[in-house]
Structure formats: C-alpha cells, structure tokens
Ligand binder design. Sequence first.
Ligand code: MF3
Ligand code: CO
Ligand code: CO
Length: 347
Amino acid sequence: MNERPTTPREDPLESLYPGPMSDTVTAPATLPKANEACWCGSGRKYKRCHKKLEGRVLPGVVSPMRSVPADIPRPPYADTGEPEPWDEPRIKSPEIIERMRHACDVASEVLRLSGEKVAPGVTTDEIDRYVHDLFVERGAYPSTINYHGYPKACCTSINEVICHGIPDSTVLQDGDICNIDVTGYIGGVHGDSNATFLVGSVDPESQQLVRVTEECIWHGIEAVKPGRPLSDIGQAIENHAKKYRYGVVRAFVGHGIGEQFHTDIQVLHYYDSRATTTMRPGMTFTIEPMITLGTVNYKVWDDDWTAVTADGRRTAQFEHTILVTDEGCDVLTGGPGAVSPTAPWNR
Ligand code: MF3
Ligand code: CO
Ligand code: CO
C-alpha cells in the first residue's frame, strides 16, 4: 500500500529496540533473569535492555535476492528499483481489464497455495521461495522484487507487524498469525491480494481479530458502488471495526492499480469526508484494511520496511483488487481459487 506522510501522534516506545536491530537477531534460547546482564552485551541489566522485546517479532537473516528468468516480462522498475512517474488512466479499457482479471487470478491462486504452506516450524523465507516459484511457473514477475528496492517476492507480516514484513529466517511459531501479501505482474498489469493465516492453534482473541478483519474487508467491498464517494468504503470498514473497539490503521492505504503497482487513487480504510473521489465503472483499486487490537500508531524497523504497532499488540490484514462495475464491483482477486470464509456468500 502507499505510505502517507503521517506522523504518529504518540511514540511511547521510542526506545523499544535498544540497539541497532541487527543486535536483536541473536537472542539466546535461554533468557537471563530480569536483574542479570542482558544477552546483547550492552552491560545493562536485562530488564533495562532487551526484556521488553520478549514475545516480539525480531528481524532474522534475509537471504540473497533471487532472480526471475529473463523470458518473463518485467515491470519498468525491475532493473532500476524506482517506478517511473506516469498518470495512468483511472478508468481502464476493457482490454486492460481482461488482462487484470488474469493477473488477479494468478495472484489469488498463489496466495491460496502459499497459505497452505503456513505451519509451525516453517520459515518466512521458505514461504517466499514458494511464492517466487509459483509466480515464475505461471509466467508472472513477483511485483515486489526490487520495487523501491524491496528484496523479496512477497511480504510476510507476523503478529504485531502491520505490513511489509520481509521474509527471512524467522520460524513461524504455534499460535502466531501471519499475513502473506502477494502481487504478480503478468500481461503488463499487476494483481494484488493478501490474507492473514493462523499458525497452528491460535488464541481466541487473535482468531476474532482475524475473522473481524476479513469481515471488515467485505463490508468495504460491499460499499463499492458507481457514483458513490470512495469515503463510503472507509466508513463501512471503520463502522464494523468500531463494534469490537478495534483500531483502523491510517498510515497505510489501498491504492489504484493496473499497469502500475500503485497509482494515485487512495483508498482510506477509515471515514474521512475529504475522500470525495467518485467511484466510476472501470476503476481498479485495492481495499486492504489493517485492523489492530490496540493502538494504530506504528514504528518502522531499521530495515526501513517492516511496520509494527507501537504497542506491540497484534494486527491483521486482508486485501483484494477490485473493479468498479455498472452494478457494484467485481472482486478480481476473489475468484474460484480464493478462500474467504467470511465473504457474504459464505456467511
Ligand atoms: N503488496 C503491497 C500492497 O498491498 C505492497 C508491497 S510493496 C513492497 O500494496 F515493496 F513492500 F513489497
Ligand atoms: Co496493495
Ligand atoms: Co498487497
């Protein structure tokens, strides 16, 4: 999603990560007692140093960037790392829409298959390798590779990670929740979808967060109607989240999509009367709410990608690529291969 220039209002955990994040990868299996010296070698007591990171997701080792076979067509940024600015039409031609249907079918299939890999003991790097190979087998370029320098074929965001977690040596643990966000480029267009998966047996509070987050995206989708303002989407999502006193992340938003990964349309997941852009048939954009148990404020790791909740509480996300139609919308990434227990037709 696009990052908006939002300054977190509160940042109570400025000192959450005691040293450079690279120091935190070596936490030992047996932890010190509170008053003993911290394992990181800072000389500080454990309770004054890394203790507050117990139970947190920590950065692991990121494996080298993998290449994509040269015969697979690449988006323009694949070699430079930076997308070229271009005002792509907001209303897509029927021909572009057909190509987007295919890219979105590929993305939703890859998402479903990668979700089947999620289990305790699996690393996020293994999930990424699988996603990479699934896209390549289907003739698609994994859109995230080298997008603004991003190194991997998907994002894997565990527990308090809001979005943009980089797949690495981190081992999924029983009880985690893990979002996988996949985007594929094929036929000159992108398809973008994500889902949060349960790792083994998950506590009821997190299960409810994941279920309600998926309900939120479907409430947002049901608000897509030609002639209505984009603000209807955020309003529907926020109203549902509020029933559970959940937070709606404001710093990351849905986006227009097509020949480019991210275009100028912004889809807020909360209500803002200024989101007056009228939805029109032929528009394509994502809806990808991030819902939190606690604060919606966030921090970004030293890798400049991984966004985590400022309070370390859990957060979940679902994403679909949407086409506005004359009647309402088509969920381009919601085809037969997509799994959605809380979609309207499954409720
Ligand atoms: N797929 C994400 C989205 O929903 C974007 C990831 S961009 C990356 O918009 F560079 F972080 F991979
Ligand atoms: Co997106
Ligand atoms: Co995405």
